[in-house]
Write a protein that binds this ligand. Structure first.
Ligand SMILES: *Cc1c(COP(=O)(O)O)cnc(C)c1O
Length: 297
């Protein structure tokens, strides 16, 4: 589904010629890019004959939220290993995940840090065996394969799209698009993390591991993180409130808000012309809005 943005000024500057691909409307109980990453992992679980899915995330994780949702929808048992201390209050995300049947295991921050450590992962695998253990954020090659379906949707819905903009966390979604789009397209990722200079090489490694040499050009812009991951600047907050009011499209500040704010800043500075057609991907994550009092109008 596509939404053409209005060019009515947002915080003094029009949004130019932007069309949104609304992944926030695609994917059942928990829509967005995490749904696509999980479709690739579910295909793997079915192939392996495994009916339990286990993964990691924070107390507001879009990924665990989507995992609990697809587990409930498609008949998989799920367990979520959640970063944080037991005295932290229950979040709306965790309440949804429990409601959808996810077993929540809260671990200390120090235990959570071991989530890339093979011996720790083996312990988890044997505790939940038989299970498929999915990397934090769904950031694995099956996740990239799942995200190639986003490229397919984009080509069906907007075959004329040439410049595609999306927010970037681990780069899994960007890698799926680079693998799935053709040489007529340029992909521009907006980094949600500060100083993540290894992001490009991680995307290249994922594409190499899939044995794909993309023809689409891609790049990641690193100047629009607004202070770092899950941080929000005053400028971002003002922009998001104005954008939502003018456009009637909800955003969240971790990813989609930063991407549209980046587009807005580049239009304002003249780096992008207001006539240039941009296809921006709304990657969802709107469950996370509930964690921000300033967004509750
Ligand atoms: C996780 C997430 C992203 C980042 O996706 P990556 O594949 O990790 O780069 C972007 N937008 C939203 C809403 C997300 O939840």
């Amino acid at each position: 589904m596509l939404t053409r943005l209005s060019d009515e000024p947002v915080a003094g500057v029009g949004m130019g010629n932007v069309t949104l691909l609304r992944l926030d409307r695609v994917g059942g109980l928990a829509p967005g890019n995490k749904h696509f990453k999980l479709m690739g992992n579910l295909a793997r679980a079915r192939q392996l004959g495994v009916t339990r899915l286990v993964s990691f995330g924070g107390a507001w994780s879009n990924h665990l939220h989507a995992l609990a949702a697809v587990g409930a929808e498609q008949g998989f048992a799920t367990a979520g290993i959640v970063r944080g201390d037991d005295d932290q209050p229950e979040t709306a995300m965790l309440a949804d995940a429990r409601k959808w049947g996810m077993e929540i295991v809260r671990v200390s921050r120090s235990e959570y840090r071991r989530r890339f450590d093979e011996s720790y992962l083996d312990d988890i695998r044997s505790r939940y065996a038989p299970c498929l253990l999915i990397a934090e954020g769904g950031a694995n090659l099956d996740g990239v394969r799942g995200c190639m379906a986003i490229a397919h949707q984009l080509q069906l819905q907007m075959p004329a799209a040439r410049t595609v903009v999306l927010p970037v966390g681990t780069g899994t979604t960007l890698a799926g698009l680079a693998a799935g789009l053709d040489g007529a397209c340029e992909i521009i990722g907006i980094a949600a993390l500060k100083g993540a200079r290894d992001m490009e090489s991680r995307v290249r490694d994922m594409l190499d591991a899939l044995d794909v040499s993309p023809t689409a050009r891609w790049q990641i812009l690193h100047d629009y993180h607004c202070g770092g991951f899950a941080r929000a600047s005053d400028g971002l907050r003002e922009f998001m409130l104005a954008f939502e009011r003018v456009q009637g499209v909800a955003l969240e500040p971790v990813y989609t808000g930063k991407m549209l704010y980046a587009i807005h800043q580049r239009l304002r500075s003249g780096q992008w012309a207001p006539t240039q057609p941009l296809l921006a991907i709304h990657t969802g994550g709107l469950q996370g809005r509930r964690g921000y009092s300033w967004l509750q109008a």
